[in-house]
Design a protein around this ligand. Structure first.
Ligand code: ATP
Ligand code: MG
Length: 421
């Protein structure tokens, strides 16, 4: 194995974590992580391994760039994600290292002879489809609650569940206020990865089951229990609708977290509807913008994701009733969403709106011609450029107005030929 070439002579190396788990599941593994036993940091450096950070005994292989971590134990010394005392020396065993990991399915090691070392029963849990904590020390790191939910987003389609004891631990961590110590960047990181998985609704459900959704995404948690009109939304509950929409987004745009995030947040306004007007939600596209902005600011959501989510929140009803919009209104919509400068933003918006429409009980296979019509209008608008309307003496705002008019005409023609087709 070339990856072991540069290791200190006395070291033993094992493949661990996701690579072993995914291979056993028959899935394509992501990064490979290695654990090294029987040596120390000085010997690793002498052998050419590069140190990663001062705090953790983690190294990069000089040739492959893969992560090699010395076997370690961790002990909690403070609150939240920081505050661990890390201990690694030659006496720390492979079994010690496996025990400090999050889930049994992530705590299987494989030696270079291919043999599996599985003291916590990870293979049994993989076969049974159970996400189970390795030890009571699980409760020491609140990030593990989010990881549990994210792994559920990935493995729920395979029939996985969270072990009841693990769920109980997670509830205890939430009740103890541990999740308040997560830094926003980590929450966003996990959310983003969960939205890119096959079944993001399992992320929401898992968090909700242990009470964490109300802590990390209160704006989304508030959607549960809010009714919608049954004739449009047979699933009635807005939280159930949101779960369907994120799963539909994952199906229509696999791995696209920006589309997933906009799907997740498009209806935030429905939590703010006054009780007396329920189950109608007048103006929810407008009232949703404030909680969306609060969520994005708190989690430091990057610009591209924030923008698409705001576009989808504001415009999703307009896109649904596309046929009723005037040509000028269609143009304004495309312009407001930045579609004249960056056409791809309209593709993304159309996908989110389609996920919304098909994310309803009994409508998952429905056609969504609005998406095709919107894209045809975007294309039509972009066929007209300033040079096409340039005339002697036309400049500044007058040129802008002429361009707008010509583009609206192009949209009009496209819609006529579209509805004739
Ligand atoms: P992925 O396929 O998402 O990479 P992974 O299981 O490989 O999944 P990583 O984040 O790459 O996850 O971490 C590698 C391994 O390190 C995990 O399998 C797990 O054993 C351990 N690990 C990572 N984060 C934690 C944590 N917060 N607490 C305990 N163990 C962890
Ligand atoms: Mg990994």
């Amino acid at each position: 194995m070339t990856a072991t070439v540069a290791l200190p002579a006395e070291a033993r190396v094992y493949l661990v974590g996701g690579a072993v788990r995914d291979a056993l599941l028959g899935r394509t593994p992501g990064d490979r992580d290695w654990v090294v036993v029987g040596t120390d940091a000085a010997a690793m450096r002498a052998a050419g391994f590069k140190t990663v950070g001062a705090d953790f005994p983690v190294f990069l292989h000089p040739l492959t760039g893969e992560e090699y971590a010395l076997a370690r134990t961790e002990r909690k010394s403070g609150r939240g994600y920081t505050g661990f005392v890390v201990h690694s020396d030659r006496s720390v065993t492979l079994e010690d290292d496996l025990l400090r990991r999050d889930f049994t399915i992530n705590a299987i090691a494989q030696g270079d002879d291919g043999a599996l070392i599985d003291p916590l029963g990870g293979q049994r849990d993989l076969e049974a489809g159970v996400l189970r904590h390795c030890s009571p020390a699980f409760a020491e790191d609140p990030l593990r609650v989010l990881r549990a939910a994210r792994f559920m987003a990935r493995f729920a389609p395979l029939g996985f569940t969270v072990h009841p004891d693990t769920l109980a631990l997670m509830r205890g961590m939430v009740a103890a206020g541990e999740l308040a110590h997560l830094v926003p960047e980590r929450v966003w990181q996990e959310l983003k990865r969960a939205l890119g998985e096959a079944q993001p609704s399992a992320f929401l459900r898992t968090l909700r089951e242990c009470g964490a959704l109300a802590v990390v995404l209160p704006e989304v948690d508030a959607l549960y229990g809010v009714p919608q009109r049954a004739e449009y939304h047979p699933e009635v509950d807005t939280g159930m609708h949101t779960e369907r929409v994120v799963d539909m987004a994952a199906r229509l745009a696999p791995g696209d977290a920006a589309i997933g995030f906009a799907a997740l947040t498009h209806d935030l306004g429905k939590a703010l509807t006054p009780r007396e007007v329920l189950p109608k939600h007048p103006m929810h596209e407008q009232t949703g913008l404030a909680p969306l902005a609060a969520l994005c600011a708190r989690l430091k959501v990057p610009n591209a994701e924030t923008q698409l989510a705001a576009d989808a929140c504001r415009e999703h009803l307009n896109v649904h009733r596309f046929d009723e919009l005037r040509d000028a209104t269609v143009f304004d919509l495309i312009e407001r969403c930045g579609g004249l400068r960056q056409g791809s933003r309209i593709d993304a918006l159309a996908l989110v709106c389609e996920a919304d429409k098909r994310g309803r009980l009994g409508h998952s296979e429905a056609d969504y011609p609005q998406a095709r019509a919107l894209l045809a209008c975007r294309d039509a608008a972009l066929t007209v450029q300033a040079k096409d309307v340039m005339r002697e003496g036309l400049e500044g705002p007058a040129l802008g107005e002429a361009l707008r008019k010509a583009r609206i005409q192009a949209i009009s023609a496209a819609r006529r030929s579209f509805s004739a087709a």
